[in-house]
Design a protein. Structure first.
Length: 393
């Protein structure tokens, strides 16, 4: 079965949206298809003709929706993807995603049949895992992970004999080999030297393979930051992740990025009620927010079960309503959040509140939310819950 096709007639499986067809759900994600296509063109321009994008669509494509994003990328001519789990790979196949799908994480041996059935590519975690894959008894496509210093997965680069032995295993179809550069996001001398040592160690393995007469597999070292900071190590694939979605991991990185990337995702919800609270009253769980003067507050139909960090409680975070900023007060709840709209008298039930995106002249980026929550953009996006409807605009 050939999973690669040039057929671009397939739809995205989403609801068409225009200015007169605004979604009226409780909370949702809007995906900007034009921004995604633009980011692809910008990132592809960084790569030599010999290197292609291998988008990371794991964790629901960083919260954007793996099937939706992958279908759009297929239509743009991209046919290589990487995911974290075999279940993620199977979901893509069942939704007719074409091309190569690399499983970056561990697959339990009882699930090896899924690799074969859905023509998925498995990462070789180490030498012992290679033996387990080989013992399955059926031909499996694999990429060998080489540990050059991150010490997360991969056979150690010093164990070249074990890596050579993998090429002798009769049931492993070795199509690729890769490593992960663990400090490529920081351009300080210590981090640069460590990254360069990882690159050297990886190519020592490659050189040894070629010296022993083994064919050179497809190689990949770059993720998003590798593409930005180490363009010279572009090989067969670039495992672009967070940058594909128009942001980088931190506010500082996003601001300093020289590429004109555009955010793909906006997060929105509805105002459900507006009410007045009076001096001495408390708002939300645990009476943590005490009202000292009369205030007008609004409840929003979104909470931490949707991925809104609980750490944004009690003024740490804010939302946009009617083009104005409204601070979060009280604790973020599982399904609801309360904000202070005293300074926005026009707010009524049914209004749209923006948690990530723009409203009027104001903007809250995913990097802003990450900074407020004390984490990185990757976590904020990938934690967004499945009950958030994803809609192309």
């Amino acid at each position: 079965m050939d999973y690669k096709s040039n057929d671009k007639s397939g739809g995205t499986g989403t609801k068409p949206v225009n200015k007169k067809n605004v979604p009226w759900g409780r909370a949702w994600i809007e995906l900007d298809g034009a921004a995604l296509r633009y980011n692809v063109s910008v990132l592809e321009a960084l790569l030599p003709d010999t290197c292609e994008l291998m988008p990371a669509v794991k964790a629901e494509a960083y919260g954007h929706g793996a099937v939706l994003i992958s279908k759009e990328l297929n239509q743009l001519g991209i046919y290589s993807f990487c995911v974290a789990t075999v279940a993620e790979g199977v979901e893509l196949r069942r939704n007719k995603i074409k091309g190569e799908i690399l499983i970056l994480g561990y697959t339990y041996p009882e699930d090896f049949y899924l690799l074969h059935q859905y023509q998925l590519i498995q990462t070789v975690m180490d030498y012992e895992y290679a033996q387990t894959l080989n013992d399955y008894g059926k031909k499996l496509k694999v990429h060998i992970a080489v540990d050059t210093g991150m010490h997360r997965i991969g056979e150690r680069c010093e164990n070249i004999d074990e890596i050579l032995d993998m090429f002798e295993m009769e049931n492993l179809i070795i199509e690729g080999m890769f490593t992960h550069l663990s400090a490529d996001d920081v351009m300080e001398p210590r981090d640069i030297e460590f990254t360069r040592s990882q690159i050297r160690n990886f190519y020592k393995v490659v050189d040894k393979l070629e010296a022993e007469g083994y064919p050179r597999p497809r190689l990949h070292l770059q993720s998003s930051y590798g593409m930005l900071n180490y363009p010279e190590v572009a090989e067969s694939y670039a495992r672009v992740g967070i940058a594909l979605y128009g942001v980088l991991s931190t506010q500082k990185d996003t601001e300093n990025c020289k590429l004109p990337l555009k955010p793909v995702l906006s997060l929105k919800t509805r105002v459900t009620t507006v009410r007045t609270v009076y001096p001495g009253e408390a708002v939300g769980y645990g009476m943590q927010y005490q009202v000292e003067e009369e205030k007008r507050i609004a409840s929003l139909a979104i909470g931490y079960a949707d991925g809104l960090p609980r750490s944004l409680s009690n003024g740490a975070g804010e939302v946009l309503i009617c083009g104005c900023r409204a601070p979060i007060i009280g604790r973020v709840c599982m399904d609801q959040t309360i904000v202070d709209v005293t300074q926005i008298p026009e707010v009524t039930a049914g209004d749209i509140a923006v948690l990530i995106g723009t409203s009027g002249e104001e903007e809250i980026s995913a990097a802003d939310v990450a900074e407020q929550a004390g984490t990185i953009t990757n976590e904020i996006l990938s934690r967004m819950g499945s009950r958030l409807e994803r809609i192309w605009i």
